[in-house]
Design a protein around this ligand. Structure first.
Ligand SMILES: NC(=O)c1ccc[n+]([C@@H]2O[C@H](COP(=O)([O-])OP(=O)(O)OC[C@H]3O[C@@H](n4cnc5c(N)ncnc54)[C@H](O)[C@@H]3O)[C@@H](O)[C@H]2O)c1
Length: 372
C-alpha cells in the first residue's frame, strides 16, 4: 500500500489473512485502501447513531444514497435487518464487485458482515469499527452473524473482511458507559495474554485521558494473533472466554428480570468471579489476583447489582454446557499475561468464588441468597 512515509508514526498496518488491520486516521488512507480493492461501488451500513456522528468523518465515501441506516441496538441484529440490507443492495444495483462498508459498533460489524457474506454468495466487506468494543474485539477475527429466536449469534459465518480500519477519533462521541463496555474486553486481553498491554493499563488512573492509539497498538496484534492461530475456536481461541462462562450466565439470568445488565458489566463480574476461582484453585498467585482485581475496580468501577443464587446461576451455566455439547471448561489465567482453557471447576470452589463476588458488587442487597 502506498502511504506517505512521514505518517508512519501515526499509521500502523497489521497484515492478516483475516483482514488487514489499519490503525490511524480514516481521512489519511481509507479511500486509498478501498481504491486498491478495485470495487465497483461502496455501500455503507450504519446505525442511527453512527450515521449521525461517525459518517461525517468519511466525507465522500459515505454519499447519502449509498448509505443504509439501521436502528441501533442489539435487538436489531437479526434477519429482518439483514433483509433490509439485502433489499437496499438489490435496489441500488449492487453486484459481486461491490463493497459493503460497515461503520458502527459490534452490532453493525456483525450484521453488515453477515449480510455481505451471504449476498450473491458473498461480496467483499470492510469494517470501520466505531465503539471501543468493536475496535478492540468484535471487528477483528472474521466472525459475523445475527441473533435468532432469542439466541445470540445463532446464525452466522466465519468470513473475514477485506480490511478493518481502526481510528480512535470515533471514541470522542461514544458514551462513557459504552467506553467501559469495550474496556472490559481490553482488560481481558491484557490479563490472558498481553503483558505489554497490561503494563500500559497499569499506568492508568481512570479512563479519562487514555492514549487509545497506544492501547490499540498492543491490543490489535494480540486479538489478531489469537484469531489467526485458531480461526474456528477449536482450542487456543477459547482463552478469549475468560470471564464469559459466568459472565454469559449472569447476562442470561438478568435478561429475564426487569433489570438486565450490560454485556460489559456481565463480563466484569464474570472476570472477577473466575479470577477468584483461579486463585482458590491455586492456579493464580494471591499477588496477581490482587493486582488484577484492583485494576478492574479502578478502571471499570464497581457494578451495582443484586446477584442471583448459585443455583440460579448454575441453571444458565448448564444451559451453555448443553449447547456446547456437554463440555464447558473454564478459561482461567494462571498469571498476568497467561491463560489456560478447558479447566474443570470444582463446585465448592465455584460456590466460594460466587460468595466472594457478592462482596465486590455495589448494592446493600448484594449478598447471595441462602439457598446454595
Ligand atoms: N464478531 C465477534 O467476534 C464479536 C466479538 C465481540 C462482540 N461482538 C458483538 O458486538 C456487539 C456489541 O458491540 P458494541 O458494544 O459496539 O454494540 P453496538 O454496536 O450496539 O454499539 C453500542 C452503542 O454505541 C453506539 N455507538 C457506536 N459507535 C458510536 C460512536 N462512535 N459514537 C456514539 N455512539 C456510538 C451505537 O449506536 C450503540 O447505540 C454484540 O452484538 C456482540 O455480539 C462480536
Amino acid at each position: 500500500m502506498d502511504f506517505d512515509l512521514d505518517r508512519n508514526d501515526i499509521m500502523k498496518v497489521f497484515p492478516s489473512p483475516l483482514g488487514d488491520i489499519y490503525l490511524g486516521k480514516v481521512q489519511d488512507g481509507l479511500s486509498t485502501v478501498i481504491s486498491s480493492l478495485h470495487v465497483s461501488n461502496v455501500f455503507v451500513v450504519a446505525d442511527v447513531n453512527t450515521a449521525k456522528l461517525c459518517l461525517p468523518q468519511l466525507h465522500s465515501i459515505a454519499v447519502s444514497e449509498r448509505v443504509i441506516v439501521i436502528p441501533s441496538g442489539e435487538k436489531h441484529k437479526n434477519l429482518d435487518s439483514c433483509g433490509l440490507i439485502w433489499s437496499f443492495l438489490v435496489r441500488q444495483g449492487a453486484d459481486r464487485y461491490s463493497l459493503v462498508l460497515n461503520v458502527g459498533g459490534g452490532m453493525i460489524c456483525d450484521l453488515g458482515g453477515f449480510a455481505a457474506s451471504c449476498f450473491q454468495r458473498g461480496i467483499p466487506f470492510g469494517h470501520v469499527p466505531t465503539s471501543v468494543l468493536a475496535m478492540s474485539d468484535a471487528a477483528i477475527g472474521g466472525k459475523n452473524g445475527v441473533d435468532f429466536e432469542g439466541f445470540k449469534n445463532y446464525i452466522g459465518r466465519f468470513q473475514p473482511p477485506a480490511f478493518i480500519w481502526i481510528d480512535p477519533v470515533f471514541i470522542n462521541t461514544l458514551p462513557q458507559q459504552e467506553i467501559r463496555e469495550g474496556f472490559a474486553e481490553i482488560i481481558k486481553h491484557a490479563v490472558i495474554g498481553s503483558k505489554n498491554l497490561w503494563d500500559i493499563l497499569e499506568e492508568l488512573e481512570n479512563l479519562d485521558n487514555v492514549d487509545w492509539h497506544r492501547i490499540f497498538e498492543e491490543n490489535t496484534p494480540f486479538k489478531k494473533q489469537i484469531a489467526e492461530a485458531d480461526p474456528h475456536e477449536k482450542g487456543l481461541r477459547k482463552v478469549l472466554n475468560f470471564g464469559h462462562t459466568i459472565g454469559h450466565a449472569l447476562e442470561s439470568h438478568f435478561l429475564r428480570t426487569p433489570h438486565p445488565i450490560s454485556h460489559g458489566q456481565a463480563v466484569t463480574l464474570g472476570m472477577l468471579a473466575e479470577l477468584k476461582i483461579a486463585q482458590e484453585a491455586e492456579m493464580l498467585s494471591d499477588e496477581d489476583f490482587q493486582r488484577i482485581v484492583g485494576l478492574i475496580h479502578r478502571l471499570l468501577g464497581q457494578v451495582e447489582v443484586t446477584l442471583p443464587s448459585i443455583i440460579e446461576l448454575q441453571h444458565w451455566i448448564e444451559g451453555d454446557k448443553k449447547r456446547a455439547g456437554g463440555q464447558v471448561g473454564y478459561s482461567l489465567p494462571d498469571k498476568i499475561g497467561s491463560c489456560r482453557w478447558d479447566v474443570p471447576v470444582d463446585r465448592q470452589i465455584m460456590v466460594k468464588s460466587f460468595d466472594w463476588l457478592s462482596t465486590q458488587v455495589r448494592t446493600p442487597a448484594g449478598r447471595l441468597s441462602e439457598e446454595k
